[in-house]
Design a protein around this ligand. Structure first.
Ligand code: BES
Ligand code: ZN
Length: 443
């Protein structure tokens, strides 16, 4: 174990680079600056590109005509830390316990991207060169929908021209099991606001004669699913590409399934669309989720009030065959049609991203599988994931190149949640993986 590598990770993790919070803008910038310095220190030409949001860090070695170009993408921004009281130790004071590092961003994505950076550093130190032309593209806005990266890609299309992209920002099915992800769900976000009376009302004086916005909102949310846990929006499943028989067969054999998911989540029983296993539901079926809800009195005791408004935040995860815009249109039409005239319903769209699907057995896909097998000494699991990395579709559209997803996150990494963690073992596996991957992709 290289202690200096661990120290570097600890330094990286101490920056509270929360991209969604304006109060942390300077921390995000400082983190980008540190990364640029690190990339320069290992022998790359590194630049910071300011955007209207957070900076984009780009680094490259000396490029030669006679070899392939690999772009490694990652992000240095992190999710907010709320609820902070549920962290065992502060989120930006990384702690190592039993070989596991606890901190916000440890898995998503600082640990994984830094492994690639340090892997390149080791190869450069030993050989003075890499087997490929390399580009690091590390952004600070992934967790807020990569707002400025598409324009950047378009503007720098020529400098970012490459043969393949590698990303470590997904998961492994179990510790030690190398995993190549060939599909990601897309996403579409929608905010609902239900407003009724001009002001909050006494529920005794007016209750019974006016609609309660919270009741209506709850009813609208309940109408999103039918009794078989299918999304009830007409047209929602139109065009959804069914699972391939080989996927169902091979996923059944994975070391993760219903029992593990129940255990990981602590729920009393699993739930979901009838006729599918948990993995199928998460990786290959679309969903409607409520991410937040609010309205009315939240304090101690009772307050007899009819709140003037209520809100909810929804996201829909989409699978191949669905298009975020079409789905959003269907959802809006459905909710507006179901909403009674006794309230107003306001709908506001949020970020959107298409689902992604690529061939895991392409030439570069099999090269990635070889690198993963050599890194972990085991056969590779081929999976899809339920999360979203919308920028990979933009890579395909703008740079016309496919993305390999070689994740190092474990099922219990607690990404986006309190006590996010990353085993040092995976960090060091990532450093080894980088070297093997570049060698394999060079062929
Ligand atoms: N690393 C995740 C994406 C991910 C998570 C992929 C789990 C596969 C499995 C990424 O940082 C992320 O959280 N993405 C967001 C995208 C959103 C903000 C547009 C997501 O999936 O919620
Ligand atoms: Zn994330």
């Amino acid at each position: 174990m290289n202690q200096e590598h661990v120290e570097e990770l600890l330094r990286f993790l101490r920056f509270p680079s929360i991209s969604t919070d304006p109060e942390h803008k300077s921390d995000v910038a400082a983190c980008a600056g540190w990364l640029q310095q690190k990339l320069t220190q290992i022998g790359l030409e590194a630049e910071l590109h300011p955007t209207a949001g957070h900076p984009i860090v780009v680094a490259r070695n000396v490029h030669r005509e006679d070899r392939r170009t690999v772009l490694i993408y990652g992000h240095y921004d992190v999710q907010p830390v709320d609820p902070v009281a549920l962290w065992t130790t502060p989120p930006f004071e990384p702690r190592i316990e039993n070989g596991i590092i606890y901190a916000r961003g440890s898995t998503d994505n600082k640990g994984q991207i830094l492994a690639h950076v340090l892997g390149v550093g080791e190869t450069l130190k030993e050989h003075g060169d890499l087997p490929v032309n390399l580009i690091f593209l590390i952004e600070g806005e992934e967790e807020v929908g990569s707002k400025h990266l598409e324009d950047f890609l378009i503007l720098h299309r020529d400098e970012l021209k490459c043969d393949v992209i590698a990303v470590s920002d997904t998961g492994m099915v179990a510790p030690g099991v190398p995993t190549l992800t060939y599909g990601l769900r897309g996403i579409a976000a929608l905010e609902l606001k239900v407003t009724g009376p001009d002001t909050d009302l006494h529920s005794g004086i007016f209750g019974g004669a006016v609609a309660n916005p919270i009741t209506i909102l709850a009813r609208l949310i309940a109408l999103l699913h039918d009794h078989e846990e299918r999304v009830a929006v007409p047209g929602f499943y139109d065009g959804v590409i069914p699972l391939e028989p080989w996927e169902r067969r091979s996923w059944e054999k994975l070391p993760i399934g219903d029992a593990e998911i129940r255990q990981l989540t602590g729920v009393p029983a699993l739930a979901g669309e009838l006729g599918f296993s948990s993995l199928e539901r998460i990786w290959a079926r679309p969903t409607a989720e409520v991410n937040g809800i609010g309205g009315g009195f939240q304090g101690e005791g009772t307050k007899t009030v009819i709140a003037k408004e209520a809100f909810a935040k929804l996201t829909f995860r989409l699978v191949p065959g669905q298009d975020p815009e079409t789905v959003m249109k269907a959802v809006r039409a459905y909710l507006l049609a179901q909403c009674p005239a006794s309230v107003h319903l306001e709908l506001k769209g949020g970020h959107a991203g298409e689902p992604y699907h690529t061939n895991p057995n392409s030439a570069d896909g099999t090269a990635a599988q070889r690198a993963l097998t050599q890194t972990f000494g085991k056969e590779v699991a081929l999976i899809r994931e339920g999360g979203s990395i919308p920028i990979v579709n933009t890579f395909r559209r703008v740079l016309e190149v496919e993305t390999l997803l070689l994740g190092l996150a474990l099922p219990d990494c607690r990404a986006h949640a309190p006590n996010e963690n990353f085993p040092l073992e995976n960090f060091f596996a990532g450093i080894r993986l980088n070297r093997l991957l570049l060698e394999e992709l060079a062929r």
